[in-house]
Design a protein around this ligand. Structure first.
Ligand code: KDG
Ligand code: MG
Length: 402
């Protein structure tokens, strides 16, 4: 029996930060939820969905997930890119949610069932100075995490992305904050910081570090070599994502494991890194890469080359994406680790995810579908607020990669 899509709408809200949510309802009254959040460009993806995708969904068979995905991807002609793929990804998530609810099973059962007991997860820890960083790491280890991403301040800088600064600048009133960056200072400082962290936590804790696309290949190669004694679990996003060949040079010079992928949207964006075996972990977000359906293809392709998957999971994708990621993770043989940054308190008053955390592992919900409730009434109390990611510049004002 087909199940017909009767309505599809977009809800933008800002409980602690902006989120774009898609609600699809079938003729049987089954509701599917999808996430389409693109940090700093939320209204673009909301319009793409509202104006160009939702009207096309009405009357389609909700059970034909792959056919609808192909139809939206191939039929749009203007393929790929973060806005298109997040929009298609949100529809894909909502349709998997509906299929699970219609069949009365959690989505991971539809993906072949669990291949492991839980999903190894890493947390974020940061501190401007080393003692603050060590305290932040201890807090995560005490909470049960077995893996932590460590970020610190840089001497002589006033701000570093994702690290609370002792000298925060003036409020930017909805405009992008500007971060003045000095790669030499970073390269001199960070190996010592991470060596201190390693001595503090001992050998067994998995340590990760994110360079946020800021380095040239030869700078990245040097950092990778300098960090070899720290035995990182991975060094993330060393060079800008566009040039897949750049990481070949890095790879030839260091045994520090490399991860990249949070800004990629399709399998085409990561094929070169994977088949060249320049990386160890591919980090697409399940929603930004177009949903569960195409992410399965990325995962399988990576497995052919012994590359593991480690989905992006910051607080700027909603708990709906996190839930979808966990369903896919638990059913994916070549999972490496899942990022789990957590959510602002207000976000969890609107999104009510049923996944659980225990001793460093996340467990997807066993409820039918993805297992996330969305409270539309609560969402209305949090209207959209304009907000941007920072931009990075050199001291002379030249905008740079980050
Ligand atoms: O929106 C951008 C963030 O998701 C990203 O900067 C976070 O680098 C990040 C990470 O690894 O989660
Ligand atoms: Mg990152």
């Amino acid at each position: 029996m087909p199940s017909i899509i009767e309505s599809a709408e977009v809800i933008v809200c800002s409980p602690g930060r902006n989120y774009v949510t898609v609600k699809i309802v079938t003729s049987d009254g089954v509701v599917g939820w999808g996430d389409a959040t693109v940090n700093g460009r939320e209204l673009a993806v909301a319009s793409y969905l509202r104006d160009h995708v939702c009207p096309l969904l009405i009357g389609r068979d909700a059970q034909r997930i792959e056919q609808t995905w192909q139809w939206l991807y191939k039929g749009g002609y203007w393929r790929r890119g973060p806005i298109t793929m997040a929009a298609i990804g949100a529809v894909d998530l909502a349709l998997w949610d509906i299929k699970g609810k219609e069949l009365g099973v959690p989505v991971y059962q539809l993906l072949g069932g669990a291949v492991r007991e839980g999903v190894l997860t890493y947390a974020h820890a940061s501190g401007w100075e080393v003692p603050q960083l060590l305290d932040a790491i201890d807090e995560k280890l005490e909470a049960g995490y077995l893996a932590v991403r460590a970020q610190s301040g840089i001497p002589g800088r006033r701000s570093v992305y994702a690290v609370a600064s002792p000298e925060p600048g003036e409020p930017t009133n909805g405009f992008p904050p500007v971060e003045v960056w000095d790669t030499d200072a970073y390269l001199r400082h960070i190996p010592g910081v991470l060596e201190t962290v390693r001595s503090h936590v001992g050998d067994s804790v998995r340590l990760l570090h994110d360079a946020h696309h800021r380095l040239t290949p030869i700078e990245a190669a040097r950092l990778g070599k300098d960090l070899e004694p720290v035995r990182l679990f991975w060094l993330e996003d060393v060079t800008p994502g566009e040039n897949q060949e750049a990481l070949r040079l890095v790879r030839q010079h260091t045994t520090t494991p490399l991860a990249i992928g949070e800004v990629f949207n399709t399998i085409w964006d990561c094929m070169g890194f994977i088949s060249g075996q320049y990386i160890d972990f591919v980090r697409t977000s399940v929603m930004h890469a177009g949903g569960i359906s195409p992410s399965r293809r990325i995962n399988d392709y990576a497995s052919l080359y012994q590359v593991k998957v480690a989905p992006h999971g910051p607080s700027d994708v909603s708990p709906i994406t996190m839930a979808a990621s966990l369903h896919l993770d638990i059913a994916t043989p070549n999972l490496g680790i899942q990022e789990y940054m957590g959510y602002p308190r207000e976000a969890l008053s609107v999104f009510q995810p049923d996944y659980s955390f225990d001793k460093g592992y996340l467990h997807p919900s066993d409820a039918p579908g993805l297992g996330v409730e969305f409270d539309e009434v609560a969402a209305r109390a949090f209207p959209y607020e304009r907000s941007y990611l920072p931009v990075a510049e050199r001291e002379d004002g030249t905008p740079i990669d980050w």
